[in-house]
Design a protein around this ligand. Sequence first.
Ligand SMILES: NC(=O)c1ccc[n+]([C@@H]2O[C@H](COP(=O)([O-])OP(=O)(O)OC[C@H]3O[C@@H](n4cnc5c(N)ncnc54)[C@H](OP(=O)(O)O)[C@@H]3O)[C@@H](O)[C@H]2O)c1
Length: 311
Amino acid sequence: MDGAPETLAGVKDVDCAGKQALVTGSTNGIGRAAALALARLGADVIVHGRDASAGDAVVDELTAIGVDGTFLGADFADLEAVRGLADTVRAETDGLDILINNAGALIREGRVTDLGVEYTFHVNHLAPYLLTIELLDHLQPGARVVTVASAAHQGVSLELDRVTNVDRHTGVWAYSHSKLANVLFATELAWRLDHAGREVTANSLHPGAIPGSGFSRFLPGPIPRLVRALDSLPGVPTVADGAAELLFAAVSPRVADVSGRYFSGQRLATPSVAARDADAARRLWEYSADVLHIDEPLVESPNTRPVADDA
Ligand SMILES: NC(=O)c1ccc[n+]([C@@H]2O[C@H](COP(=O)([O-])OP(=O)(O)OC[C@H]3O[C@@H](n4cnc5c(N)ncnc54)[C@H](OP(=O)(O)O)[C@@H]3O)[C@@H](O)[C@H]2O)c1
């Protein structure tokens, strides 16, 4: 299929038959397009989101392609729902080969979840952190964990004191900060997986600025309508272009051994200085475990980490 994500990513000949993928936030947008592309490559796909009717519609499309598709609903602002999602994935699959942490939101109002954590940080970082940790033992050798960050991570640094204090909240800052957390999380996860001897890679990426996805609904006033109008202009990245970024990281043989890196434009890219701060990555990891009241996962020896981690 010309213009399909798997073609755009140069992976249309990759055989994913027998592989099991979970794509979070695949009821809509680039996650949905990536889920369908993985299915066309032969993978069985678990669709996730909150909108059950949209999820069921994606499952119907997966079934028509000829793979097994399942919809599992979970609100990422609800930790018990995230734990329930992981429990069901563990119960209903033999193992996961591809985990794409794609679900994301931008909450403009400064409000906190039941955990007392700012909403965007909770949905965009803490939920995928918990989900990934809960599924660690379920990841098959050779599995890839892909976390969808954004170029919006640039321009902010890690400020964990603002996670539980929304006095200075702005939606754009909270979104950028959560996307910085995505990059730091992927790097730290990769480091700890490698140190633990696990044959699992972890990377993050920027999918491009995609006006045709549903993401513009988080923006105020007439902006969603204006942004969506851009989608029809020539040269503007499409949802398929965005999904191709996910496909590239998830299945391309070219990056099978790459871990702890950030992709943009289907290339290795250099994230911001703040996103390359190994100390910040470690602090975020430990903070996340602490705020979730879980034991620190993949504990590492302090003596094993290099002093500088310049990606
Ligand atoms: N579009 C862009 O220009 C752009 C640029 C850079 C990065 N990104 C990133 O790309 C990812 C996908 O975004 P998109 O553009 O495809 O947006 P989208 O069309 O709005 O899709 C977002 C997906 O996330 C799910 N989601 C949102 N809030 C959730 C919650 N509280 N609990 C569970 N699922 C939730 C939605 O499912 P339900 O509606 O069913 O809950 C939906 O499937 C996000 O991480 C975003 O930050 C997008």
